[in-house]
Design a protein around this ligand. Structure first.
Ligand code: ADP
Ligand code: MG
Length: 234
């Protein structure tokens, strides 16, 4: 079990964003979070890495009791997850290698040779080994997002949290990113929890679909499609 939420309430400030959330994710599962803008997808993802508190109910993530998670335990939790955002959040004026090495140093990989080997491995996985010495700003949006995925998997996470990872990409690059995440899921048995406006991804890359709306999270049955969000893009 990656995570298990029972009757969880999530607030942003005074505002109750999602109530009585029941949500569980297994190893190697592909999970989609859909729903209109402002429906709580990001808040739910943030609660999984301890950025939004569990106001009520019980939540276990990778063995941590999230309602009682201490700030000092956050790094231990986050090291076991890979986090990917819509806006890539790389250091643009550094090389790909430096961006990845930065994370490895911060997570106590002491030996340079070990770090180099791991950087080579993750770049192979995302098929961008030839871009190791490029500056990030010289890469396309799709390539930058692949580097974010490479960065997210450096420490072999059990789960990848991806908040609209294709939101800033065209359809072709979006599909590339989904295919890459799905490949990592199948190869490493990593669970993927992904928020998206694109209701077609589950047709191409099957998974469990949840909808956020009106303060609730609901598991979607196959017969009943999620309501089309306004302003649908890729
Ligand atoms: N940092 C914040 N402070 C206060 N309210 C917030 C904050 N972040 C999000 N919200 C509010 O919480 C609700 C859910 O937002 P969010 O989880 O970002 O939704 P989504 O990712 O589905 O667009 C929205 O009403 C939003 O305005
Ligand atoms: Mg969001």
């Amino acid at each position: 079990m990656i995570l298990n939420y029972k009757d969880v309430d999530l607030y942003q400030g005074e505002h109750l964003v999602l109530q009585k959330v029941n949500f569980s994710v297994e190893e190697g599962e592909m999970v989609y979070l859909t729903g209109p803008v402002g429906s709580g997808k990001s808040s739910l993802l943030k609660s999984i890495y301890g950025e939004v508190p569990i106001a009520d109910g019980t939540a276990e993530v990778l063995g941590f009791d999230m309602a009682r998670l201490k700030t000092k335990h956050q790094p231990m939790l986050r090291r076991q997850m890979g986090i990917v955002f819509q806006d890539f959040q790389l250091m643009p004026d550094r090389t790909v290698r430096r961006n990845l090495d930065f994370v490895l140093r911060a997570t106590e990989w002491k030996q340079k040779a070990d770090r180099e080997k791991r950087i080579g491995e993750v770049l192979d996985l995302v098929k961008l080994s030839d871009k190791k010495d490029r500056m990030v700003f010289q890469l396309s949006g799709g390539e930058q997002q692949c580097i974010c995925i490479a960065r997210a998997i450096l420490n072999n996470p059990k789960v990848i949290l991806a908040d609209e990872p294709t939101g800033n990409l065209d359809a072709e690059n979006g599909e590339l990113i989904l295919a890459l995440l799905d490949e990592i899921r199948r190869q490493q048995h990593t669970a993927i929890i992904l928020s998206t406006h694109n209701l077609q991804w589950p047709e191409y890359f099957p998974g469990t679909v949840y909808c956020c709306g009106e303060g609730r999270l609901e598991r979607n049955s196959e017969k009943e499609a999620c309501p089309e969000p306004a302003g649908t893009e890729n």
